[in-house]
Design a protein around this ligand. Structure first.
Ligand code: SF4
Ligand code: SF4
Length: 193
């Protein structure tokens, strides 16, 4: 390295340092230029499209399992049972947020849009087990027992109704069977061979 190049390097170092110090000084004295956020007292507002920790509004979830099927890393698990009205009742719905990569596929496919990304991004915990979020807080066995009872009651009611209808139908001449048909029901037109 020649003497001139040596001097040029020194000059460049001094000029670069001066530029950097000028920016530092500007941010240091001008309150409007403040960039440091006093976290956690101050929290950054998240954008509407921000993919934060998942949240499922289980009152709207239909237990369709599409979110669990589409998840590439299998972090959603759910269990449901068929209720007396033939609709599925959630027994459990869990998301392992430690495994989640926030791809958003599950949110995209959810038909009732009950599954959403929240604006929450803070999930520092001490125990690995705490990273699994449970959205159904009632005991699973209690839910199953309740639903089974409702299904049994509905079946008993249906059987009772059938018993009441059957003797009435037996006493009515065949031509008048439409008289015991439930209210609003229409007689089927006879099918031709
Ligand atoms: S955001 Fe992606 S990785 Fe996370 S639960 Fe949904 S599908 Fe799975
Ligand atoms: S896709 Fe939506 S409705 Fe279906 S099980 Fe998942 S959260 Fe529930």
């Amino acid at each position: 390295m020649g003497f001139k190049a040596y001097v040029d390097d020194i000059v460049e170092a001094v000029v670069t340092t001066a530029k950097g110090m000028r920016i530092t000084a500007r941010y240091g004295v001008d309150a409007k230029e403040e960039v440091t956020q006093q976290y956690p007292e101050e929290r950054r507002e998240t954008d509407d499209r921000f993919r934060g920790i998942l949240h499922n509004d289980i009152a709207r979830c239909t237990s369709c399992t599409m979110c669990a099927k589409v998840c590439p890393v299998d972090c959603i698990t759910l269990e449901s049972v068929r209720g007396a009205d033939k609709k599925l009742v959630l027994v459990s719905y869990d998301i392992n947020v430690m495994r989640c990569m926030y791809c958003g596929l599950c949110v995209e496919v959810c038909p009732p849009k009950s599954l959403v990304h929240s604006g929450d991004y803070e999930k520092a915990l001490f125990n690995r087990g705490d990273f699994t979020l449970h959205f159904v807080h009632e005991d699973g066995d209690a839910i199953k027992a309740r639903v089974a009872k409702q299904v049994a009651e509905a079946a008993a009611k249906a059987a009772e109704a059938a018993k009441v209808t059957a003797p009435a139908a037996a006493n009515v001449p065949k031509s008048d069977l439409s008289a015991v048909a439930p209210e609003g029901a229409k007689a089927e037109p006879e099918k031709k061979a």
